[in-house]
Design a protein around this ligand. Sequence first.
Ligand SMILES: [Fe+2]
Length: 198
Amino acid sequence: MTDLYEGLDFELMAECTLLAEAASPEDAITPLRKALAGTQVLLVQTRIAHWNVTGSDFTQLHELFKGQYEELQDSLDEIAERLRACGGVVAPTLGGLIADSPVADLRSTQADDTGEPSSAKDYVGWLLVGHQALSELWRLLGADCDAGTADLAGRRQAAHDKAAWMLRSTLGEQSKPSDTPTEQPAGADDNGSENEVV
Ligand SMILES: [Fe+2]
């Protein structure tokens, strides 16, 4: 009689089962909602930067921001559809969307006294914080999620890291091995109410 189980690695199968149990699509719903909301907030912020930026680097930054908001725009549908496929729903109101967002709204650590960005450097720093927050969110999600979400998480993290590298380069700052911060972005309090990443 043939042994149907001959050659199977039961230890490995048990480990795979445990992993599958640890990361179901439902577990990704909350971080996906945050990622979707944060991407939409960062998209609006990047459009504002595209319109408002001034200075000697206007043309370069105007075009850089345009490319970045187009990339963010293109990503939204896939994130939203992954959220729906996992069983979640998109925040149905603008207020709910902003509440879900890990990207702080209209605040920059480099802004002037009004709390709003005014110089080209302010706008670059403002967007950089947002990309770093979203990169970190996707990194954390990708490290512990189902396979379908992990693929999306890897691509979104890479996109935010690239955007952060470009923004940092315009400030003359050195690129880091990874643009993902190891600490919470500036502006986050102990409760993570601003720029919270998970
Ligand atoms: Fe334009």
